[in-house]
Design a binder for this molecule. Structure first.
Ligand code: ADP
Length: 251
């Protein structure tokens, strides 16, 4: 579903992603861990086409993300193609980023109506279903300022899901939350994994959560995958010294 092929990203002389190869299968839940500055967020931003890349290709659902095949190779994609590719990807951020002037329900309906062209009735039905799934049905007419951080994040997840993405990205979605509400958000993500056959890529600092939810964990260091494997292997028996050091420091 997602393939990074020799993807390189630099800011000036600073290489922050060094020939990254990463494949994520359909329905797979992959978690990225690693020290601050190792490139975790950059991976998600590149997938959201929020960052241009300096080399390599990213494929989503079998198609190049920012370039189109033209018979001889790849050429820059037009806006329509980019929009279509972007609509395959849903993202949730650390700071929810809900539209403040809209209710929870309106936040969820916005994309389906204005980007996908659904009727208001269809968008409402879809949004209400998703708000119920995240346990926010009774708050659907509230504005974000009236909701707790955990509640806002659950609405943000429902909003991203309302676009029916093929891939969901989660960028430290629990980092800005009070400890007592982290569980309500991680439980929603657990539910997504259990009930929806979604491909997911998550960056998290919560090692316990990464361990029990992921199919695979990638440890990033210096813009590269230093080590990856099934969670029980990577956490239980890390092979690389840098992985061992990182895991013992975050325990
Ligand atoms: P992480 O998410 O693992 O903390 P990031 O992906 O945010 O790491 O950053 C990777 C590297 O890229 C860091 O060295 C960071 O300083 C650098 N970086 C990120 N964004 C920019 C930017 N806009 N300009 C210059 N350097 C940046």
């Amino acid at each position: 579903m997602v393939s990074f092929r020799k993807v390189t990203k630099s800011y000036g002389n600073l290489v922050v992603m060094d020939s990254l190869d990463l494949d994520i299968a359909e329905g797979e839940m992959v978690t990225i861990i690693g020290p601050s500055g190792s490139g975790k967020t950059t991976v998600l931003r590149m997938l959201m086409t929020l960052e241009t890349i300096n080399g390599g290709v990213i494929y989503v659902d079998g198609k190049p993300l920012t370039h189109m095949p033209d018979g001889n190779g790849l050429v820059h994609a037009n806006d329509r193609y980019l929009r279509r590719m972007r609509s395959k990807i849903g993202m949730c951020f650390q700071h929810f980023n809900l539209f403040p002037h809209m209710t929870a329900l309106e936040n969820c309906m916005e994309g389906p109506v204005h980007v996908l062209g659904l009727s208001k009735k269809e968008a409402r039905e879809r949004s209400e279903e998703l708000l119920a799934m995240v346990g926010m049905a009774d708050k659907r007419n509230q504005h974000p300022s009236r909701l707790s951080g955990g509640q806002q994040q659950r609405v943000a997840i429902a909003r991203a899901m309302a676009m029916r993405p093929k891939v969901m990205l989660f960028d430290e979605v629990t980092s800005a939350l009070d400890p007592e509400v982290i569980g309500e958000v991680t439980n929603v993500i657990r539910k997504l994994v259990a009930e929806h056959h979604l491909t997911m890529l998550m960056v998290t600092h919560q090692m316990g959560f990464a361990k029990d939810i992921s199919d695979r964990v990638c440890f990033f260091y210096g813009g590269r995958i230093e080590e990856q494997g099934a969670p029980e292997e990577l956490f239980g028996n890390p092979r690389r010294e840098r992985t061992q050091q990182f895991l013992s420091a975050v325990k």
